[in-house]
Design a protein around this ligand. Structure first.
Ligand SMILES: [Zn+2]
Length: 202
């Protein structure tokens, strides 16, 4: 059975809204470029030194708009990040520090991030990489050989392994809460207990 967020309507709405905003901005962006080119052509119609943006030039112009917008508005997250479930084959971490003002022992407020890559063998017998950035130090949560589930529209996978550390997971910001609260302390979205999701699946 394909896992869904049916039981979590607020999370589902959140994902749909993010996709809708992304695609609307992308569409507006493409229209802006198109009307920009058409406006330029209209403005230089009688100027013999200017050749308008037409034919292949217009195609190239729109291709550039499509490519830039694809990354600018992260349209790839809508189109290329489906719900994925699989077993972790390998995990990769890279650490980065952003230091604050000051020197030596006076340094204050640094930002510590784990850029995480999980290499998966998916339930559909494919290989796939899932990338996300951990800011809350939950990197021990994802271990090789464990079954995970990442929902479309959210960065953070759930650990479905029966022996996974207990916790209520925010799939939006990655916070793991040991005590149950109705909403995430960080982003106020509902939390998921992976164990509950597991038992519902069967
Ligand atoms: Zn959260």
């Amino acid at each position: 059975m394909k896992p869904t967020l049916k039981k979590y309507p607020a999370l589902r709405r959140h994902a749909i809204k993010k996709d809708a905003v992304r695609l609307s901005l992308y569409l507006l962006w493409l229209l802006a470029w198109l009307f920009g080119a058409l406006g330029y052509n209209a403005g230089h119609q009688k100027d013999p030194l200017h050749r308008g943006i037409t034919d292949w030039k217009l195609a190239l112009w729109m291709l550039a708009a499509a490519l830039i917008g694809f990354f600018l508005f992260r349209v790839y997250k809508t189109l290329l990040h489906p719900t994925v479930s699989g077993v972790i084959l390998r995990t990769g971490l890279s650490h980065s520090y952003t230091h604050g003002e000051g020197s030596g022992s006076e340094t204050v407020a640094y930002d510590f991030r784990h850029r995480t890559v999980l290499h998966l063998h998916t339930d559909k017998q494919k290989k796939r990489r899932v990338r996300f950035e951990q800011k809350t130090g939950s990197y021990l949560y994802y271990q090789t050989g464990e079954q995970i589930l990442r929902f479309h529209g959210f960065a953070y996978p759930l650990n479905l392994n029966p022996t996974a550390p207990h916790g209520y997971v925010c799939i939006s910001c990655g916070r793991i809460h040991s005590q149950y609260t109705e909403h995430c302390e960080g982003c106020a979205l509902p939390l998921i207990d992976p164990k509950e999701l597991n038992s519902r699946k069967q």
